[in-house]
Design a protein around this ligand. Sequence first.
Ligand code: ACO
Length: 448
Amino acid sequence: VKDVGILAMDIYFPPNCVLQEELEAHDGVSKGKYTIGLGQDSMAFCTEVEDVISMSLTVVKTLLKNYNIDPKCIGRLEVGSETVIDKSKSIKTWLMQIFEECGNTDIEGVDSSNACYGGTASLFNCVNWVESNSWDGRYGLVVCTDSAVYAEGPARPTGGAAAIAMLIGPNAPISLESKFRGSHMAHVYDFYKPDLASEYPVVDGKLSQTCYLMALDSCYKTFCKRYEKIEGKPFSIVDADSFVFHSPYNKLVQKSFARLYYNDFLRSCSIVDKDSREKLEPYSGLSSEESYQSRDLEKVCQQVAKPLYDTKVQPTTLIPKQLGNMYTASLYAAFASVVHNKRDALVGQRIVMFSYGSGMTSTMFSFKINEFQHPFSLSNIANILDISNKLESRHVVPPKKFVEALKLMEHRYGAKDFVTSQDTRLLVPGTYYLTHVDSMYRRFYAVK
Ligand code: ACO
């Protein structure tokens, strides 16, 4: 088998959002803190009728329908999520309902969880399966589903929600260049969820930012080394057409790309022009520790990397800026943004992906975009993703309503014996929603 990767994609996100500009005013922070400071436009959130299970059911159902895939043709199903509901019972088992109906219970795979990295772990599992001796010729299916919510405070505007499904197989339009890969995994308490009674994480925001950038540097170094060993020439940021980052908020993405540029400068890559070199020279003696703390370095890097950021990164930022951090789905929503923006113009291009999960796990890997026939062409994937329509038809909710929704969910999380409002007015037909949870904590969903 060759060119194993993503054949098809679909995305689902809740129809409710809150504008970051309105949230700034509501929270009483300085104007521009969330919109310019964090770089975010709006944030999606689940109301009491939706959760990670309903979103994943919806997105799997729509992917199978939109690409006309027989559920019997799926042989592996992997879910990436960090939103804990039934703890020992995987979200994957919930999705089996769709396949059981068609008599297909022969499907391997369970959930992968480590903060925002679970989707990447699932993708690698499916790709490895297709490339292995145990592959039976059927498709793999990867689902990333998360609802990111934070306690009141500085992290709250970095929430978000979405689910993404990706069909995996050989001869894919979006294939993994498996030989170029770099991972960085270590033990750190930057973000974790030790309190099982709460949906909110415990987060050390500043530490998590530094950990993210350290992991990025480390992955990039390994990625470049592998590339050079195999290709016999050094890798620099001009060797990829797009860079897609896990996106907790857009400012970190801007800083990340600038950091890659700084790495290329330190490696004396020829892409760093004379003018930029002179601007960066004063920082060449910093220790790596110092370099993470230097605000001046950060600003200069962002400035010199800006023209390349505009062509190689900006087209990937649409959905994450509009929806917020979707945890496991965030990286793949950024990827979906570039598919939406560039469609068939991506053919022949290389796309570098950086996946980060706190705690911490991270990998840099790359996709090669190949020409493919309907229904697995880039333009058809973009049509089915239908991003513009989905974004435009969202309902803007005032911050007060958003806070009320989160308050209610604080009581509902881990609770039993309740019935939801079943208010489905904003949901499009075909969307799954939660109707009630019984005295045994069993959850029940219906389809609009
Ligand atoms: N106008 C323009 N910019 C402003 C304004 C304003 N009025 N006010 C502040 N800013 C800027 C700041 O200068 C800063 O930008 P800079 O870093 O480029 O200087 C930015 O806005 C953020 O302001 P801070 O004061 O640094 O923000 P704060 O510390 O309050 O919160 C944080 C930010 C730590 C990211 C918080 O939202 C958080 O904890 N989020 C969750 C953790 C997270 O997402 N970590 C990322 C990786 S791990 C993961 O994916 C979960």
